[in-house]
Design a protein around this ligand. Structure first.
Ligand SMILES: *[C@@H]1O[C@H](CO)[C@@H](O)[C@H](O)[C@H]1NC(C)=O
Length: 208
């Protein structure tokens, strides 16, 4: 009897001690394992809600696309939970250029229109591409290059989820052409000709 009580006490105390959540204290420094926790007494239901993914992003830009993030910076409740979300809007002709999320797998659910999406495996450079209709869901495994394109004549949208509060984002063209990486190094490392590199640097705001 006594040791049953003891086990019960142990179980109870561990469930009390375990942190159910760790809403980020964003003013502190982040680290690869996340942010410090806000005291539980300062946490409310609002910390577990992000409002804003019901509103289309502004697609008046060179890619005719917008991403509205609900990552840890915008949605501190995701801290430590290995999850986050975003909204993607693609105007007709819109494209999310080839990119990776170094820290997360992505799951995309089309909520309006048609989206052509694909990714490329790192092991065999195999291409996996599909045209998705409203209601379709597609996975993009962690770290792999992928893209999304509006595949219809009207606006398309998707809600995406990531298995990290900070998925990270690196757009290949921006990495190559939107900075001061010297043109001759870009030419040498991509096999593109200098005129193309200069042109893309011009479009994307790169120098050198
Ligand atoms: C969308 O972005 C463009 C370009 O930055 C800007 O001119 C326009 O005012 C924005 N529209 C809205 C509704 O915010």
């Amino acid at each position: 009897m006594l040791h049953i009580l003891f086990i019960f006490a142990l179980l109870f105390s561990s469930s009390v001690d375990a942190a159910d959540f760790c809403v980020a204290k964003l003013k502190g420094a982040g680290s690869p394992s996340g942010y410090a926790c806000r005291p539980p007494t300062k946490v409310t239901a609002d910390d577990f809600v992000f409002s804003g993914l019901g509103v289309a992003g502004n697609t008046s830009n060179i890619i005719s696309a917008a991403v509205t993030p609900a990552f840890v910076q915008q949605f501190p409740g995701t801290n430590g939970l290995g999850i986050s979300a975003a909204r993607l809007d693609l105007a007709p002709g819109g494209v999310v250029p080839m990119h990776t999320h170094p820290a997360a797998t992505e799951l995309l659910c089309v909520t309006a229109g048609k989206i052509q999406a694909g990714f490329i495996s790192s092991s065999a450079n195999q291409v996996y591409v599909k045209t998705l209709n409203t209601g379709d869901v597609m996975l993009f495994p962690q770290g792999l290059l992928h893209f999304q394109i509006n595949a219809g004549g009207k606006p398309a949208a998707a809600i995406v989820s990531f298995n990290s509060p900070e998925p990270g984002l690196q757009i290949t063209d921006f990495a190559l052409f939107a900075n001061d990486l010297p043109t001759d190094l870009v030419v040498k490392t991509t096999f593109l000709d200098a005129a193309t590199v200069k042109k893309l640097k011009g479009v994307l705001g790169g120098t050198g």
